[in-house]
Design a protein around this ligand. Structure first.
Ligand SMILES: [Cu+2]
Length: 291
């Protein structure tokens, strides 16, 4: 059970990474099956520098009661399962490097699964057809003009995906016998804004989130009571920056062993949850330690 959820979240984040590199993305690439959903499609630039004059979206199968929402300065139409926004005037057209949002509202199907939004972006005579869909799976890596993916998740998977940040490259610096303290490092990316409000580990008497800062010309560290994890942003805990400080170590930490570490998180509503991790012990960051 746990494994399937973890892999689902990994898939979801893979999509986020792709979406950031693509040119049409969804404001919310994850949604709960059966719920009302507003697909806010974001267009980040024009067609090779040209202003965007129209945007058409094919209504995905399974998106019920789909309705394009009005956009000031643009006319909206629906025909043969395609919603189209057209700039009413040249002034209303979307400049090349300005982000525009086009919203399709509807109700998601009861069954979880991928839902693809195919978008035709028109810039006067030129156009870009964002419609490529993988034959299998949901990875659009390597595609020139991928369609935009919405992951429709079960209620449970959606709640879990929302509640926990993705953790990457986590490790604990090794400690020799007699050493009092060491640090733990990782990259955290939260889907929804949340805060890291505490850490605990059986390996140390005290564990805190620390920050390193220059004080004059001296580097000092201090405990921070909470660390903001903004939605969709990667916050890096690394040597010389934010880190988890482990003090009063209860035993030496040998490279190759693992340390259990629990992150205490608080969401925007104040609800706290725990994320339990097993961190590898190493002398340095992964990839930076080759002999
Ligand atoms: Cu510290």
């Amino acid at each position: 059970m746990k494994t399937s959820t973890q892999s689902l979240i990994a898939v979801a984040f893979g999509t986020l990474a792709t979406a950031a590199g693509a040119h049409v993305s969804l404001q919310q690439p994850l949604a709960e099956s059966g719920s009302a959903y507003q697909a806010v499609l974001r267009i980040g630039h024009g067609c090779d520098g040209a202003v965007t004059t129209a945007v058409s979206v094919r209504i995905p199968a399974g998106l019920n009661a789909a309705q394009p929402l009005p956009k000031p300065g643009w006319t909206v139409s629906m025909k043969d399962g395609v919603a189209t926004w057209t700039a009413a005037t040249q002034e209303a057209a979307l400049p090349d490097k300005q982000r525009g949002e086009f919203t399709l509202a509807g109700t998601l199907p009861p069954a979880p699964g991928p839902m693809w939004f195919k978008v035709l972006q028109t810039c006067g005579q030129a156009s870009l057809d964002w419609s490529q869909v993988p034959v299998e799976g949901v990875s659009t890596a390597g595609m020139k003009s991928p369609a935009t993916l919405l992951q429709v998740l079960s209620t449970r998977d959606y709640a879990q995906a929302q509640a926990r940040p993705k953790v990457e490259g986590a490790w604990v610096r090794s400690a020799v016998p007699g050493q009092q303290g060491t640090g733990a490092f990782m990259k955290l990316t939260a889907l929804q804004a949340m805060q890291l409000v505490g850490v605990s580990t059986p390996a140390a008497g005290t564990a805190e989130v620390h920050e390193m800062k220059m004080d004059g010309d001296v580097m000092r560290m201090r405990a921070v009571p909470k660390l903001d994890l903004p939605a969709g942003e990667t916050v890096e805990l690394k040597p010389g920056g934010y880190h988890v400080m482990l003090m009063d170590l209860k035993q030496p930490l040998a490279p190759g062993s693992t340390v259990a570490l629990t992150l205490l998180l608080r969401d925007a509503k104040g609800v706290q949850s725990k994320l339990e991790l097993k961190l590898p012990v190493a002398a340095g960051p992964a990839g930076g330690h080759k002999h």
